[in-house]
Design a protein. Structure first.
Length: 337
């Protein structure tokens, strides 16, 4: 009953993301764009280059997504320049700490995702989402469960069958304290099985390990694995979205395979705490307009990424709900006390 309830709650979170991104948000943004707001007349922002801190290395999913986003954001903010600063390490915590210490003037923007809250829950940092000023949620990317073509499993049903007979016999590569970690935990809950979860700090590292068959299974993404999928070097056993991804129509969801689990990496933006509310609203609205741009949506879809915009107030509420859900999962698995 607990497992089923958590699954339904996970579905609810993802459904709220998609529903808000496709319906409510677009309407609100359109209304706001239709006539000047008080923000536009009361503050002159932005007037100088904005430093976007991406707390992961160059070339990764988060970096690529945000560099594309910046081109559209610049157009929405009268051509203001965005400079990306990559500060990797610590599962995103080092770059996040750097952003936390910057002046709350609207000229430092953190490109973050679920790892900020997870790092605090795991005890790796002393700060969380709520030490920042949430600006907006923009994208959500489900994860693919992949394995080397050298292995015999052709589906997650095959994996579950083996784990039922021999618990812990299959290794799963994940970055501890990330959504790639909560993915196998969710599968364990839903299928009543046990993996041997092995720590790999990042999508590219996990993908390399999968290619070399150094780990049996792992969480990867469309951008990270695309060339290896085309070269038939990886097999995709399932995707963690509620429905099949249009960019991978032949890959079944976990749900289709009898595993009631969903999981995604949700990417959004944060200002340092105490950034003026007018600035937060201007940036949030600009991100909302990007989320309505058909060309941007198409580019994201090609990468297997959904556009699920939430403005700053709704994003803050979502983070609280998500944080509570993840804390309960980690406690139940003994990952945290």
């Amino acid at each position: 009953m607990v497992r089923k309830s958590l699954f339904l709650f996970g579905i609810l979170l993802l459904s709220l993301l998609v529903a808000c991104g496709s319906n409510e948000s677009s309407g609100e943004v359109a209304d706001e764009a239709a006539e000047p707001t008080d923000n536009e007349s009361s503050i002159d922002y932005p007037t100088q280059t904005i430093n976007m801190i991406v707390p992961w290395g160059a070339g990764g999913d988060t970096d690529v997504i945000n560099r594309i986003t910046n081109e559209y954001l610049s157009d929405e903010l009268d051509g203001v320049n965005f400079v990306v600063t990559n500060i990797g390490g610590g599962g995103g915590s080092i770059g996040a700490q750097e952003a936390l210490n910057e002046d709350p003037d609207g000229y430092t923007l953190l490109a973050g995702h679920d790892s900020i809250g997870l790092s605090e829950l795991m005890g790796n940092t002393s700060f969380s989402y709520f030490d920042f000023e949430p600006v907006a949620l923009l994208t959500s990317a489900s994860q693919i469960i992949a394995t080397s073509v050298q292995n015999d499993w052709d589906s997650m049903e095959d994996v579950v069958e083996q784990l039922k007979d021999d618990p812990g016999s299959i290794s799963f590569g994940a970055a501890f304290g990330s959504t790639s970690h909560t993915l196998p935990l969710g599968i364990e809950d839903a299928a009543d099985v046990k993996f041997n979860i092995v720590n790999y700090e990042g999508t590219s590292q996990r993908t390399t390990a999968l290619l070399g068959n150094h780990v049996d299974l792992g969480a990867t993404t469309v951008p990270a694995a695309q060339e290896y999928i085309k070269a038939e070097q990886l097999k995709l056993l399932g995707i963690s979205s509620p429905e099949r991804n249009p960019s991978l129509p032949d890959v079944p969801t976990l749900i289709e395979q009898g595993i009631d689990a969903v999981n995604a990496t949700n990417r959004g933006y944060f200002f340092p705490k105490d950034t003026p509310q007018e600035i937060v609203e201007i940036m949030s609205d600009a991100i909302g307009r990007v989320a309505e741009n058909p060309e941007f949506i198409a580019q994201m879809e090609e990468m297997g990424v959904e556009v699920v915009y939430k403005p700053h107030d709704e994003y803050s509420e979502y983070l609280e709900t998500s944080n509570d859900y993840l804390a309960e999962m980690l406690e139940r698995h003994g990952v945290i006390d």
